[in-house]
Design a protein around this ligand. Structure first.
Ligand SMILES: Cc1cc2nc3c(=O)[nH]c(=O)nc-3n(C[C@H](O)[C@H](O)[C@H](O)COP(=O)(O)OP(=O)(O)OC[C@H]3O[C@@H](n4cnc5c(N)ncnc54)[C@H](O)[C@@H]3O)c2cc1C
Length: 338
């Protein structure tokens, strides 16, 4: 009978490969959110950890306890001590070619944004970037994603049908809770051989990391951001750091502040900077251009201080103060001290 045959003909269940990122042995928090998203596909999830012998064992120990992972692969090589997309792509290509994997998942870090589309192109399949929700239909073997477009001003829904054998996507971390660890978890852990790359087209020379004692902007529970009226790097720091300190907050900046050299590039919030969704976001002297809003409008509580009552930031702010920031910020700090 048709009903029965339909039952028997049901398509294979999904099996995702998740590229788990780490820096110097510390697992990237976005990867934890990507794992939650991968689990929502409703099938198996295999993790992949790649790096040098210095870091891989530590990461593997932590990662194998993550809830939602059903197995774990790791690959160790000096070749992977600096994670270049050109050296990692051949490894992924080998793992995926002729495999049972149905999805490839990662967090949209700068590495993954370069790596996933590269491997997808090699395999001649599309890639969907920065999804905010997903739904897998096992019977039709299709996956439907939502993702923001036009700097977050529209949500597009896209479906990858069964004709796409491996579905690549990156996950916007602010839309998925990070996967927790489970002490008791026992999963299959397997080493895979690195893939040697002859004549690598790029060579890593050096990395300059912005150092900070503050919480990491992308995952901070509170963020204090400043814009163009902060005048210069000294005034920016002198005005915002005491407020961030008292709140235990990370510091962010608008593009105007970054372009003018008041703040490091790594602090830019927005469409072309970081996307944050903290409990508290304080926008100090920021007009609220759509490109800035794209990076912070999902924050739980938005506070704006701006002397222009018509500034667009007030349209998204939960609490707005029309005032000169040079008067208001010291007063807010005083109040918080009390
Ligand atoms: C392709 C593209 C990508 C972009 N990506 C980003 C991005 O990722 N992030 C981003 O932030 N921008 C981005 N931008 C730039 C964006 O369009 C705005 O130019 C920028 O956000 C403006 O920064 P701002 O709010 O600090 O400056 P302004 O727009 O100049 O606003 C300053 C605000 O401070 C107020 N102000 C002035 N003095 C005081 C005072 N004493 N006290 C209180 N308030 C005061 C003013 O009323 C004004 O509202 C992008 C633009 C483009 C074209």
């Amino acid at each position: 009978r048709p009903l029965l045959s339909r039952n028997y003909a049901s398509a294979s269940s999904p099996h995702a490969l998740i590229f788990l990122e780490h820096r110097q042995g510390v697992i990237d928090s976005g990867s934890l959110s990507a794992l939650t998203a991968a689990s929502q596909l409703g099938g198996q999830v295999t993790g992949l950890v790649v790096g040098s012998s210095e870091h891989v064992p530590t990461v593997v120990d932590k990662v194998k306890k993550l809830k939602g992972l059903t197995s774990l692969l790791h690959s160790t090589s000096d070749l992977y001590s600096q994670q270049l997309p050109e050296t990692l792509a051949p490894l992924l290509q080998k793992l995926l070619s002729g495999s049972e994997y149905t999805h490839v998942v990662s967090t949209p870090t700068s590495l993954a944004k370069s790596l996933l589309p590269r491997v997808a192109a090699i395999l001649d399949v599309p890639a969907v970037s920065e999804i905010t929700s997903l739904e897998h239909d096992s019977s039709s073997n299709s996956t439907t994603f939502t993702r923001p477009i036009y700097a977050g001003n529209a949500i597009s829904t896209v479906r990858l049908p069964s004709s796409v054998p491996i579905k690549f996507f990156t996950v916007r971390a602010t839309n998925f809770d990070p996967a927790p660890s489970e002490e008791s978890q026992e999963i299959d852990v397997k080493a895979v051989d690195p893939v040697d790359v002859q004549d690598c087209p790029t060579e890593h020379i050096s990395t300059q990391l912005a150092k900070s004692d503050r919480p990491d902007l992308s995952v901070a529970g509170r963020v204090v951001s400043g814009g163009r009226p902060l005048k210069n790097a000294e005034t920016f720091a002198a005005t915002l750091n005491p407020l961030a300190d008292i709140l235990g907050a990370a510091v962010g900046a608008s593009r105007a502040a970054v372009d003018a050299g008041y703040a490091d590039n790594s602090l830019q919030v927005g469409q072309t900077g970081k996307v944050v969704a903290p409990e508290l976001y304080m926008a100090i002297g920021i007009s609220g251009a759509i490109q800035h809003l794209a990076g912070m409008k999902d924050s739980k509580m938005i506070v704006a201080v701006n002397k222009d009552p018509d500034a667009p930031i007030f349209q998204v702010a939960d609490v707005g103060l029309v005032a000169d920031l040079y008067e208001a910020v010291p007063q807010i700090i005083e109040k918080l001290k009390q």
